[in-house]
Write a protein that binds this ligand. Structure first.
Ligand SMILES: [Zn+2]
Length: 413
């Protein structure tokens, strides 16, 4: 059995305008269980809307230790069995930056994951520094401590004494338990006229992505603008669409020395729209849950209709796989059908996943037998098509492809 990590969740005031508890009206509560490398983690939400400024967010924040442990326990996505392409548009990111930065500008990228964009920035001639919670680094411990304990001052020691022309934060701000302090601390990293470049999920356009369990802030251009203005920046560019990930928007803010004007009215004006977007996001999340049940039905039907031996093979060892496998588990076990978890990630091989008796393996085409019907259930957020091609290339005479998250069959060729 895997260990479920719980923590203490503390209510906070409005991140944008500072309004206290009595000004926050509850929109909904929810609890999620997220699987990481060694443990599972409980995420709690009390989603609220601020009646003063209109901002929608999760008012519950976990302890610094919980966030530290959670992000150090994240799955790395490195793989030696499949090519993993970045889940963002590298060219779009670079093009947006070129217009703000001089050649050879000094750039600090926070949250650089595998370093794909880091490499692209170096190739483009920028002088780049960066760090990530998931990176292997001797300084990571101290850096994480800064991000989550010392008021989100996420500055690695190496970058402390330098002034950057730009700080880049792609899909970071929505994860921060203390965004105001973090934004102020980033200001200290910037040279005069230096810019902060942010991408975050857009609540109104993509409410389901915005409401992911790890997110505290459900942002729009209006609320992010108010947040960065409050921290000592002026907003110089906003793109409602055209960020490097389809569900995001893009904002550039310049460090200013005088107190900037904080425009709260645009956010107040969209209060009703934000509430509606939140409800739409919750409905979509419920629908996603229904899709998992549909996938379980598809698998059971395929097993029942088969006139040959069957194996049910999951591709992607994650929460989606666990939930579908749990749905079908009892019924298929009675029929002695093998249920196998596969994953292309190097780090997941050999681990145990809730809902499965066997441990996670890398997909090996030689193990897929021609006389067996393989019901292949793909459970992936961003790489469904890549995994489908991988399975098609096995050259199996008999197989069925199920997209686990959408509850739909995929074509065999
Ligand atoms: Zn507020």
């Amino acid at each position: 059995m895997r260990k479920l990590i719980e923590t203490l969740w503390t209510p906070v005031a409005c991140d944008v305008c500072g309004a206290e508890e009595t000004a926050l009206s509850t929109l909904g509560t929810r609890i999620g269980r997220i699987i990481q490398k060694h443990h599972d983690y409980t995420w709690r939400h009390e989603d609220v809307q601020c009646t003063q400024c209109g901002f929608v967010f999760n008012r519950l924040r976990p302890t610094a230790e919980f966030l530290h442990d959670y992000y150090t326990d994240c799955w790395p996505i490195a793989s030696t069995s499949i090519d993993i392409v970045p889940d963002f548009d590298v060219a779009v990111r670079l093009e947006l930056l070129h217009r703000w930065l001089k050649p050879k500008a000094r750039v600090y990228e926070i949250g650089d994951k595998l370093g794909e964009f880091h490499t692209a920035l170096l190739k483009a001639g920028y002088d780049v520094a960066g760090d990530d919670v998931m990176a292997e680094s001797s300084e990571r411990g101290e850096w994480l401590d800064g991000l989550f304990r010392r008021g989100c001052v996420a500055v690695p020691p190496v970058a402390m004494k330098q002034a950057f022309d730009a700080v880049l934060a792609y899909f970071v701000v929505e994860h921060l338990a203390n965004p105001r302090d973090w934004l102020r601390s980033m200001r200290g990293l910037l040279a005069q006229d230096g810019v902060l470049v942010i991408e975050v999920p857009h609540l109104v356009r993509h409410p389901k992505d915005a409401l992911m369990h790890e997110h505290f802030l459900y942002l729009t251009p209006e609320s992010l603008s108010a947040l960065v203005q409050e921290a000592g920046y002026e907003v110089v560019e906003i793109r409602d669409t055209g960020a490097s990930r389809v569900f995001g928007f893009y904002l550039v803010a310049r460090r200013v020395e005088t107190s900037p004007l904080i425009a709260i009215e645009p956010l107040q004006d969209q209060a009703a729209e934000l509430q509606a977007a939140y409800q739409r996001g919750r409905a979509l999340l419920n629908h996603a849950q229904d899709n998992l049940a549909t996938s379980a039905d598809l698998i059971t039907q395929a097993v029942e209709a088969a006139d040959t031996p069957v194996r049910v093979c999951f591709f992607g060892a994650n929460q989606t796989a666990t939930e579908i496998a749990t749905h079908i588990g009892v019924e298929l076990k009675q029929k002695a059908i093998k249920i196998l978890p596969y994953d292309n990630s190097d780090a997941k091989t050999g681990t145990h996943l809730e809902g499965f008796e066997l441990s996670v393996k890398k997909p090996d085409p030689s193990e897929f037998h021609p006389s067996v019907l393989h019901v292949c259930v793909i459970c992936s957020r961003g790489w469904t098509q890549a995994i489908a091609s991988q399975i098609r290339q096995f050259g199996l005479p008999r197989f069925i492809l199920v997209d686990g998250a959408s509850g739909e069959l995929l074509p065999n060729h």
